[in-house]
Design a binder for this molecule. Structure first.
Ligand code: SF4
Length: 330
């Protein structure tokens, strides 16, 4: 597409099954911030017009009008964002109802379901971003025994679905995700849409590699303790949290490296064991939280305790001998 585009619409649908926590997380983004995107502060990136049901000045029909225009091709190019999981409307339809809807059909007067909007808008979007573990994998609304058949966007549209510009669905998981991971993804998608950058690099599950290419432990400030077999005995202890059920060694996430807001915070940085909220299968596959009861925990801890304590003893010896040889202040 041409770099003469003057603005890019980001149409956010928060009417999946979710809690709006992802929206809140994105308002805390700083690198870039939402304001950076809106005010076109990134070189080469035109202003982003964010249409968000919670943040918009408009309400009711004047808000829905944006989505109607996008469906008619009058807002090209636009990025479609889904927050919240996709319910199985065939279940609700059995009793004549619906699970999630947004606006009314002018001809019939009936609610337009979120699922219907997604089917209408996704093929016309230049890029499609599923934000949060609800929209990517089903998340909490998709947990065991849920009545709605909640699923991720990729389950609705299919794993081979491509946007109008040939991009696969971009998944930015987390419950909620770190805000910068979303705003950076939007910036990358916009640069691609403008023809100014390559397609965002994604892994096999559609996750941006810059954010989800490494595990939480690889960026964890406590990883050194783990390596030497030193584990926390209770909350508040500064050592490795594997013993308190931390899933960091196998969870793809960068929050320990980049912090939560403006470099500050992040799960294990602040003493919380990682509960796997970015991962497919969350929450069921990672429950009960804070309980080191899986094979993964036992094997990791056994290896760290066995080899780690040996390494620790070697290092203590090295520290002693090296510091003995260091010059002293006179
Ligand atoms: Fe809320 Fe988590 Fe779902 Fe985001 S992913 S909408 S924070 S429950």
């Amino acid at each position: 597409m041409s770099s003469q585009i003057e603005k890019i619409y980001v149409l956010w649908m928060s009417t999946g099954l979710g809690c709006d926590g992802c929206s809140i997380a994105v308002t805390g983004a700083t690198n870039p911030s939402v304001e950076d995107l809106l005010a076109a502060r990134l070189p080469g990136v035109p202003p982003v017009v964010l249409v968000h049901p919670v943040l918009a000045v408009e309400a009711g029909e004047s808000l829905i009008e944006y989505y109607r225009k996008a469906e008619k091709g009058e807002l090209d190019p636009f990025v479609l964002v889904l927050e919240g999981s996709v319910p199985d409307e065939t279940i609700a339809a059995r009793t004549g109802g619906w699970w999630a809807a947004f606006g009314f059909d002018r001809a019939t007067g009936k609610p337009i379901t979120t699922t219907e909007w997604l089917k209408r808008l996704a093929p016309k979007a230049a890029a499609i971003i599923a934000i949060g573990s609800c929209a990517t994998w089903g998340g909490i609304p998709g947990a065991k025994n849920n009545p709605t058949g909640a699923m991720g966007l990729i389950d609705l549209l299919g794993k081979d679905f491509k946007s109008k510009l040939g991009l696969p669905i971009i998944n930015v998981p987390g419950c909620p995700p770190q805000g910068d991971n979303f705003t950076r993804t939007v910036a990358l998608a916009v640069l691609y849409i403008l023809g100014l950058g390559p397609a965002p690099e994604l892994d096999e599950l559609g996750r941006p590699v810059f954010a989800y290419g490494k595990t939480n432990r690889e960026g964890c400030p406590r990883a050194g303790f783990a390596e030497e077999g030193q584990f926390a005995e209770s909350f508040g202890d500064e050592k490795c949290l594997l013993s308190l059920g931390c899933w960091g060694p196998i969870v793809k996430c960068n929050v320990n490296r980049i912090g939560w807001i403006n470099g500050v915070g992040g799960v294990t940085n602040m003493g919380g064991p990682c509960i796997g909220c970015t991962m497919p299968g969350f929450p069921d596959a990672f429950s009960p939280f804070y309980t080191p009861q899986t094979t993964h925990h036992r094997i990791s801890q056994l290896m760290d305790v066995t080899f780690g304590s040996f390494k620790k003893r070697l290092r203590e010896g090295a520290i002693k001998s090296l510091s003995d040889k260091s010059p002293r202040w006179k």
